[in-house]
Write a protein that binds this ligand. Structure first.
Ligand code: CA
Length: 224
């Protein structure tokens, strides 16, 4: 999952980035509102962590512009100001949730995961494709009740395919999704990971879930 952090306190931004990366999120950082708006409009993120007090353009203005362009990425607002008026304003502007500094990191994580889930209209943390089940909270994967151990990159690719089940996802979108954008995007690496995933998930099973769509990318789908 990929998150954009727009926060001008660089130390705090770096701490959040490191913490999220430990949770295997891919993270981009921006330190002012204008750059943040550009990034949020240009790249696909699973969520945005947005500070209110920012240079060049404040967070509420940024959010207003983002929503005016029908970009519905879930936004977690972050701010030192904890008054009720600010919370209401943030939520009215289109924020999905609101966290007051200073905050505990686990709370940031759980709220971030919650808004990502809500955005996907998944009421639980489980996603199923046929007899494959992904538990997003536990980051565990089972097929036919057998636990499958995946590396974090394999997991992220599988999760992204599963969240878009039945839809073709291009190699470059998959690559973009699991790496920071400054990573030199070699989407051939995706073929390698897909091979690993096939060996772990589809090998020896008569019903294949991971499908190659020639010239387009990959798709996960099942009968159920
Ligand atoms: Ca700030």
């Amino acid at each position: 999952m990929k998150v954009l952090i727009i926060e001008d306190e660089k130390d705090l931004a770096e701490i959040i980035k490191e913490g999220l990366e430990k949770q295997t999120f891919a993270v981009d950082l921006c330190f002012d509102g204008e750059e943040g708006l550009f990034m949020a409009e240009t790249y696909a993120y699973d969520a945005v962590v947005l500070d209110i007090m920012l240079p060049v353009m404040d967070g509420l203005t940024l959010l207003k512009k983002l929503r005016a362009k029908k970009i519905t990425v879930p936004v977690l607002m972050l701010t030192a100001r904890g008054t009720m008026a600010d919370k209401v304003k943030g939520l009215d502007t289109g924020a999905d949730d609101y966290l007051v500094k200073p905050f505990e990191f686990p709370e940031l994580i759980s709220r971030l995961k919650a808004i990502i889930r809500r955005n996907r209209r998944e009421s639980s943390s489980f996603i199923s494709v046929d007899d494959l089940t992904i538990d997003m909270n536990a980051r565990s994967v089972k097929r036919n009740n057998r636990e499958i151990r995946l590396s974090s990159k394999e997991y992220n690719i599988l999760l992204h395919l599963a969240l878009n089940r039945g839809r073709v996802i291009s190699r470059s979108r998959l690559a973009e999704h699991i790496y920071d954008i400054d990573f030199d995007l070699d989407s051939n690496i995706i073929d390698v990971y897909i091979n690993y995933l096939r060996n772990k998930i589809d090998k020896g099973n008569s019903r294949k879930l991971i499908h190659t769509v020639r010239g387009a990318g990959y798709m996960i789908k099942g009968d159920r």
